[in-house]
Design a protein around this ligand. Sequence first.
Ligand SMILES: Cc1ncc(COP(=O)(O)O)c(C=O)c1O
Length: 409
Amino acid sequence: MTRYADLAERYGTPLYVYDLDRVQAARDDLFASLPEGFELFAAVKANPHPEVLRALREGSDHACRAEISSTGELTAALTAGFDPAEILYTGPGKTDGELDEAIAKGVRMFSVESATDLEHIGAVAVRHGVVADALLRINSVSASATTSIRMTGAPSQFGIDSETLVELMPRLRAVQGVRLAGAHFFPLSNARDEDSLIGEFRNTVAVAAKTFADTGIEPRFLDIGGGFSAPYAVPGRRPVYTRLRAALTEILDEHFPRWREGFPTVACESGRYLVGDGGTLLAGVVNIKESRGRTFVILDAGINTFGGMSGLGRLLPVAVSPDPEDADTAEWTKASLVGPLCTPGDVLGRDVKLPPLAGGDVIEIPNAGAYGPTSSLLMFLGRPAPTEVVVRGTEVVSVSRIEHVRTYA
Ligand SMILES: Cc1ncc(COP(=O)(O)O)c(C=O)c1O
């Protein structure tokens, strides 16, 4: 019996398996592709499991910091042992209640999406008698690479339009309770290749230097965002960036001659690269049916378990392990992989190449450690959340499941 078959038998399906050794290997590889002295924020949204997060800050000289966007993510990060001083709070809709809790728990660094967002942060900080560091998130008019998920250059809820910044400065400078401590960029996710990534960073750092020069903000902290890619629910390996370190060093030397002394401290962010390949989803085959010449393999894992973000049209279809490239596929056929929900939208993939399957079999969906349960339609149709097993090699570290409970006021 394979290791995954054994875990599926012990804990049932649908089952996520996260391997902490692989998560830490990804973390170490990413730090090794960045210049010495870089900070790296782990985007909690990609996988908020506390043990996965804990692995990202332990076990190496290179510890990640945490990027969060909600009170739930704050709890996950604190449970995982992150020092609140290591946390960056981001997002366009920070409520008073969320800001209150974050500041009460010691978070002191916020990404700022607009003048009003800064005013909200300042007002809460003043109430707590503290000063919060504000990184102005910039929605730059210019961008470089063609990317799969672009978050800049267009009208957006994210970031301050770069062309309005100078005019806005008197209003921003008047806000009490905050120190304008630097800038934040997150122009793209999942870059197509290393050249696109380097091109985007080149543009970002140049825009950052101009922003600091135009506004007179002291460059203490500069978060240049991410774009580190990873295969999502298909076989394959995450990239190893061999030229990035030298390229970033050269780009920063050109624009920020004192960055090696920490002026500014430079940071990146990553979600999928850090946790994507550390996770595998095991799904059980509940039924197989034919309809008008098409085969439907019906799984116990649908968009309630995985791929809920497929509504954004960018993530699916999935494929299963082993990679058809490495397998004897003489008997493989194509079928639709669907979930158990009563909606025709519950499709994980069409025309997926599959080995011979029968009810009761378990399939493996590889590279499923990022944007899994918590970015799916967990509560839709009232099925339980999938079980999540954390392993380190062959050792089982924990077995858990998210519960939904209704509470009455
Ligand atoms: C501000 C911010 N940081 C980090 C991430 C993580 O992105 P990825 O998982 O592609 O690394 C996102 C994703 O949308 C984001 O919006």
